[in-house]
Structures are given as structure tokens and as C-alpha cells.
Design a binder for this molecule. Structure first.
Ligand code: PNW
Length: 476
């Protein structure tokens, strides 16, 4: 079991979750600032206003990465720091842009390879208010293209670009369940606006077009000179049939992945939506014009994979409700015979099951022709961690085991199954603002003491990463 000698490993974060400094140096508000201000939307009533204070602690964060031996770091750019109002005719904020230019210089100086995510959920609020954000195809895709070009031009030294993080989350959590910003849902007790049956599919479509436009710009205007590569990051969980004897559950397993991942990956690799989605959603799924197919098909230089957990899948019968986004099935933690998929964590949706990672790597590789894969997120929260003492928190053996199991499963997929995985970024470098769960759920390999000046304390899992990868990566 091994990984290739040039394998890149490190840690990941996202701007709104760590930066803080929400109104420093001319940053404009994002939809997450607005969403957090609505009572009841964030578990502990918090926001990313201060978070880990990383905007002001870039040196400390880079020193931390160095001390852990990281070869790569994935972070995202706050669109509204760079273009406070977001649009293609709005002014660029030089201070905001300079911050990221310098950050990349400093990372490279420290010998760390940057992976930049252009968009990790924090849409400039002005664009949501101006024209409905993601729902407005012409405006949104043109503004994203412009924003991407500004970054490509300013940071030619970055060679690994991710357009969007987890468009499934933006579409479903933002426009169907309403659990994430901007909180649209058909449930009128939770939102005055939204149509869960339609908006999510429109948003997903528009993100694909915006991704395609940014990739075209990169390939035509920057890649020929700078080299480098660009792709999208998709999230998806592993699947096991609830009843392996029932062909309908086995079939529902594929459908579950298609509704979560192939929704975006099929258009990118094949130029069309999966048949299972067309069948269930009919004309609620937008159609691609020939120009859009040309933009989207073939638009990944690599596949960015975020992966955390697994479910048993039980098919449902009858017509699914209009707001169904799973593909007419149930996701469960126990199988028909009573087997449990994995232990509880602090996240209601997350239970470790490392074999699922290997299986999903294989599923994706087979379907999409063995693309180059970067695992752009993988990690876990830990049940009750927030209530433990510092001494207990830094002894995070549960997380150490999670990474050990998952990284070994990945190494087997590479060396035994032929999966072309080339990098791994653990989520997350440090505890941070966990979206609707606020600061109660911690995903970091580094503890952040929010009560005491955001001081950082590397946990056992932070220190275990280097020996783990050194034991697997082939020496030249
Ligand atoms: C990812 N779900 O989000 C994000 O990319 C990170 O920003 C986040 O902190 C991390 O995973 C841990 O949650 C997800 O409810 C959030 O299934 C929620 C879900 C999946 C992914």
C-alpha cells in the first residue's frame, strides 16, 4: 500500500469560516453576514465576524502549517473583499486583493503549495439584493467570470484553482431546505421567499455555467502562459444498500450518488444530466443549450472531492414529493440486519466509515474515466468535543483514527485499485465557524480558544498527519 512520491497533502479552510475582520480594509458584506444576523439561523447565534481572526494572522497560520509539515494549503477567497459589491462594473478593492497576493507569496516562500477556492459560499450580499444572486443566470455567470479573471490575473503564481466548493450545498441547503444562506425554502415558517421544488435546480445549473465560463477564461487567457490547472469541488457521501438482497435498494444506491454528485459531474464529463434525475424532475431540471454544453463539458482538469461519511440507502415507492432532492430514497445509519454504519460524531450527518471512501473513489473513477482526483476535504467532528477541557481536546484519538482509516483507504484505492488520487487536504487546519452550527462543532486538527484571543493549540491529529503520510508516500 502506498502513495506516489509527488503526492500533495495538507489542510483546508474557507474564508468566511476563519478570516473574521468582516469590515476591515473595505470588505463588503456577503450573504453569510446577512444570514447570521437573522435570529435562529445559527445554533449559537454567532457569525464569522471574528472567527479565528486569520485575516490578521497569516504569519501565524503559515507557521502552523510549516510546523505540521504540510506540503499544500487549500483556502478560499472572500469575493466581497476583492470586489465589495461583487459585480463586473463595480470597483475592485485593491487592499483586499493585495492581501491574497501577499498570502500566496508567503505560502510559496514557506514551501507550501496553494490551492485557491474562488467560491466557498460567501456570495457578495449586493449581488443577492441586486438581481437575486445565483438565480439570475446572465448576471451571476458574467459577474463570476469577471471575479475569476481578476484573481487569475493577480495571482499567476497559484497553479491549482477550484471554481466552486460543493455546489450541492449552495443549491440544496441554500435554496431547498433553507438551512444555509440565503435561506430560501418553500417552508413559509422559515422563509418568506423560496420554491424548494424549482430554485435549487436552477441554482445548480447556473453554477455549472459560471464554472464553465471561469474555466474557459483560465484556459484561454492564463493557462497557456502560467500553466496550472482548474476544477470544481463536489461533495458526496458513500452508499451501502439497506437490504443488499433487494435490487431496488441496490439501484437506489447509484441514484443517491447521481442526485448528489453526478448532478454536476455528468454535465462536466458527459455534457448532460443523469437519466435518473431527468426522470424524476422532468422540466424542473433546466436544459443545457448547445453553447452551455460546449462550456461545461470537459471543464475539469481535475476532480475535487470532498468526502466525510456514508449511509445505508433504502428505496422509497410511490411519487416523491416536489421538494425531494435525494432521489426518492431514505438515508439511514442502520442496515436492515441492524448493522451500524459508524460511531456518532458532533455532526448529525456524519459517521465515519472509511471503506466507503475507497468504494466511492472507485465508483467515481469508473464512471468518469479515472480522472486525476484531489481530495479537497475530509475530516470529522467529535461528539462532545466542545464541552471537554483543553487537556482532553488535544488528545483527539477519535480524529487520529478517522484520518488513519480514511488515508489508508485512499492509499489502497491508489495502489490496489488504480484510482488516480494525487492530493489530500484534511478538513480543517483549525476549529472554525461551522456554518449553521456556529462554533459548537469543531472540525480542526488545531484547537482554537475563542475565549482567549483565538489562541491555537495543535491537537494530536495535527501532529499525526506527517508521519501518516510519510509512512505511505514512496521515496523518490
Ligand atoms: C463541508 N451536510 O460542508 C464544507 O465544505 C465545509 O465548509 C464544512 O465546514 C465541512 O464540510 C464540515 O461540515 C458540509 O449537511 C456541510 O451534509 C454540511 C453537509 C455536508 C458538507
Amino acid at each position: 500500500m502506498s502513495l506516489p512520491s509527488d503526492f500533495l497533502w495538507g489542510f483546508a479552510t474557507a474564508a468566511y469560516q476563519i478570516e473574521g475582520s468582516a469590515d476591515v480594509d473595505g470588505r463588503g458584506p456577503s450573504i453569510w453576514d446577512t444570514f447570521c444576523a437573522i435570529p435562529g439561523k445559527i445554533a449559537d447565534g454567532s457569525s464569522g465576524a471574528v472567527a479565528c481572526d486569520s485575516y490578521k494572522r497569516t504569519k501565524e497560520d503559515i507557521d502552523l502549517l510549516k510546523s505540521l509539515g504540510a506540503k499544500a494549503y487549500r483556502f478560499s477567497i472572500s469575493w466581497s473583499r476583492v470586489i465589495p459589491l461583487g459585480g463586473r462594473n463595480d470597483p475592485v478593492n485593491q487592499k483586499g486583493l493585495d492581501h491574497y497576493v501577499k498570502f500566496v507569496d508567503d505560502l510559496l516562500e514557506a514551501g507550501i503549495t496553494p490551492f485557491i477556492t474562488l467560491f466557498h459560499w460567501d456570495l457578495p450580499d449586493a449581488l443577492d439584493k441586486r438581481y437575486g444572486g445565483f438565480l439570475n443566470k446572465e448576471e451571476f455567470t458574467a459577474d463570476f467570470e469577471n471575479y475569476a479573471r481578476v484573481l487569475f490575473k493577480a495571482i499567476p503564481k497559484c497553479k491549482h484553482w477550484i471554481t466552486f466548493n460543493e455546489p450541492w450545498c449552495t443549491s440544496i441547503l441554500g435554496y431547498n431546505s433553507g438551512y444555509f444562506a440565503p435561506g430560501h425554502t418553500s417552508d413559509r415558517t422559515r422563509s418568506a421567499v423560496g420554491d424548494s421544488a424549482r430554485e435549487c435546480w436552477i441554482v445548480g445549473h447556473n453554477i455549472l455555467i459560471a464554472h464553465g465560463k471561469a474555466v474557459k477564461v483560465y484556459r484561454e487567457e492564463f493557462k497557456p502562459v502560467n500553466g496550472g490547472e482548474i476544477g470544481i469541488t463536489l461533495n458526496g457521501d458513500a452508499v451501502l444498500p439497506w437490504d443488499p438482497e433487494d435490487p431496488a435498494d441496490v439501484e437506489a444506491c447509484d441514484r443517491k450518488i447521481e442526485f448528489a454528485i453526478s448532478w454536476f459531474a455528468d454535465p462536466i464529463y458527459f455534457g448532460k444530466y443523469p437519466d435518473s434525475m431527468l426522470k424524476q424532475l422532468g422540466d424542473r431540471l433546466p436544459t443545457f443549450t448547445p453553447e452551455e454544453v460546449a462550456l461545461v463539458k470537459g471543464s475539469n482538469d481535475f476532480y475535487g472531492m470532498n468526502h466525510y461519511t456514508a449511509n445505508y440507502i433504502k428505496h422509497k415507492t410511490g411519487t416523491p414529493p416536489d421538494d425531494d432532492f435525494l432521489g426518492n430514497l431514505e438515508t439511514l445509519f442502520y442496515s436492515k440486519s441492524g448493522e451500524c454504519i459508524g460511531p456518532e460524531t458532533q455532526s448529525f450527518w456524519l459517521r465515519p466509515h472509511a471503506q466507503g471512501f475507497r468504494d466511492l473513489l472507485n465508483w467515481l473513477s469508473k464512471r468518469y474515466g479515472y480522472p486525476k482526483i484531489y481530495v479537497t476535504e475530509n475530516g470529522t467532528s467529535l461528539k462532545g468535543e466542545n464541552d471537554m477541557s483543553l487537556e482532553q481536546i488535544v488528545e483527539d484519538d477519535f480524529r487520529v483514527k478517522y484520518f488513519d482509516d480514511y488515508v489508508h483507504a485512499m492509499a489502497k484505492a491508489f495502489s490496489e485499485d488504480g484510482v488516480n488520487v494525487r492530493g489530500y487536504l484534511a478538513w480543517s487546519l483549525m476549529d472554525n465557524f461551522e456554518w449553521a452550527e456556529g462554533y459548537e462543532t469543531r472540525f480542526g486538527v488545531t484547537y482554537v480558544d475563542y475565549e482567549n484571543d483565538q489562541k491555537r493549540y495543535p491537537k494530536k491529529s495535527a501532529k499525526a498527519m506527517k508521519p501518516l503520510f510519510e509512512s505511505l508516500i514512496k521515496k523518490e
